[in-house]
Design a protein around this ligand. Structure first.
Ligand code: FES
Length: 101
């Protein structure tokens, strides 16, 4: 397996003791992971990986998602439609400005 060109981080609100607490978790950010993974496969984005994370410390903007290496931070990622817009922008080499933090 080659290293990814892009890495999408999805806040799953994990805290140091392992418990998920926070706005992202309460808004079911973890449920977006399989959707994102399937979209990546459907779009043929073999060079994009997705991972869940601890709290990204921007809870009030949650659910939070980050795209590296661009270091693009998105907030209020609350639906599959928003994820589609972000992935559309990634494919086009752009950013989904409406959701930028
Ligand atoms: S819980 Fe997601 S940024 Fe804190």
């Amino acid at each position: 397996m080659e290293k990814p060109n892009h890495h999408i981080l999805v806040c799953a609100s994990f805290r140091p003791n392992g418990d998920p607490k926070g706005k992202c978790h309460r808004k079911n950010s973890h449920e977006f992971l399989p959707y994102i993974e399937n979209e990546i496969l459907d779009r043929g984005l073999d060079n994009v990986h997705v991972s869940s994370t601890c709290c990204l410390k921007m809870c009030e903007e949650g659910p939070v998602m980050v795209v590296y290496p661009q270091n693009t931070w998105y907030g209020h990622v609350e639906s599959e439609g928003v994820i589609d817009e972000i992935l559309d922008a990634l494919e086009a080499g752009k950013v989904a400005k409406e959701y930028l933090l």
